[in-house]
Ligand binder design. Structure first.
Ligand code: SF4
Length: 332
């Protein structure tokens, strides 16, 4: 059976782009592969970008990410869900991999170049980020890694690191493959300024745990098809972010009704947005209720993470021991 691994950044509240692009897929893979689906909140990665890191928020954001994923349907009893810094072997295997990875190759990574150019001084950890990511995956001998397009280059590097290790020390690690989440969508930001992204600020995102009233306030002023200057002007829902959101949240009947209404000017944009809110409420309402119940029971979340770390260590420790032995460290 394939073993799935995915790392989740502790960036606070996830938005609907994260939900449709990744979280829903984690739940589906969890149903399919059970305890062979391993999900990790990658808190060791968080401080590598000092521009986006606040130590006072790290622990709370780590917990928030667990709450959000559990509320979205990931069952910690069915999958392995844990926090990276609770399994020390990630850092140790990462160190072994730094010894095999040319600096030049790391400097060519697109994400590194993007982040480094915004910093006055670049920490070595930012350069090493994809090496630690390779360790995250290979520490579990995972062969299947659901990722967004922007991570494909890092998975290629992971494959290369696995090959180099196997060549230098003997066959140890599989070469994992990147699996682009089925239906991973480029969800537009609610401000109409390209893809929904946390880095663009809250004006761009709709949080999955955001109060519905706050979501409505953003949607109410969201740009629509510019061709609809007057209520009587027909529009094109394929050129409108509200049309895109309907495909995510509304049932087929509503999508058909709204798309036809838009093209014939039979529906106004405000009514169209109100219909969208019905679908959003139906999707996010139950998730938000579950999140509130989890927030009221922090011991459950902490216990689930502790159990996840135990399960992760049970897999990671023998693999780390094998790697130590291959490299030739003294064993007592
Ligand atoms: S009717 Fe709906 S889909 Fe059409 S332009 Fe207005 S908001 Fe967008």
């Amino acid at each position: 059976m394939p073993r799935v691994f995915s790392g989740i950044q502790p960036t606070g509240e996830p938005h609907i782009g994260n939900y449709f692009g990744a979280m829903r897929n984690y739940v589906a893979l969890g149903e399919q592969y059970g305890k062979n689906s391993i999900y990790c909140v990658v808190d060791l990665h968080a401080p590598t970008n000092p521009a986006a890191f606040d130590p006072a928020l790290l622990a709370a954001r780590t917990l928030d990410m667990a709450v959000a994923n559990f509320a979205a349907g990931l069952d910690p009893q069915k999958v392995i869900f844990f926090v990276q810094s609770h399994v020390r072997e990630h850092a140790e295997l990462g160190w072994l991999f730094t010894l095999l990875t040319p600096v030049g190759e790391l400097e060519r990574m697109t994400q590194y170049k993007d982040k480094a150019q915004k910093l006055e001084s670049t920490p070595a950890g930012l350069l090493m980020y994809p090496v630690l990511q390779a360790a995250d995956i290979l520490l579990y001998k995972a062969d299947t890694v659901p990722v967004g397009e922007d991570q494909v280059q890092h998975i290629e590097l992971t494959r290369e690191i696995a090959r180099k290790f196997n060549h230098a020390y003997g066959e140890t690690f599989p070469e994992p493959r990147a699996v682009l989440a089925e239906g991973a969508l480029r969800i537009p930001g609610v401000d109409g300024q390209g893809k929904m992204s946390k880095s663009k600020g809250e004006a761009s995102t709709l949080g999955i745990l955001e109060p519905l009233e706050s979501i409505w306030q953003k949607l109410r002023v969201a740009p629509t098809d510019p061709a609809r200057v007057r209520r009587t002007d027909p529009g094109d829902p394929d050129k409108c972010l509200v049309g895109d959101y309907h495909k995510l949240f509304s049932d087929a009947e509503t999508v058909a009704e709204v798309y036809a209404g838009c093209r014939t000017a039979g529906i106004g944009c405000v009514d169209c947005k109100k219909k969208l809110m019905v679908g959003i409420g139906a999707h996010l309402g139950p998730i938000q209720e579950r999140a509130a119940a989890l927030q009221a029971d922090p011991d459950y979340v902490r216990d689930a993470l502790a159990q996840g770390a135990r399960e992760a260590r049970a897999i990671a420790q023998p693999i780390m021991e094998e790697a130590r032995e291959r490299v030739g460290f003294l064993r007592l």
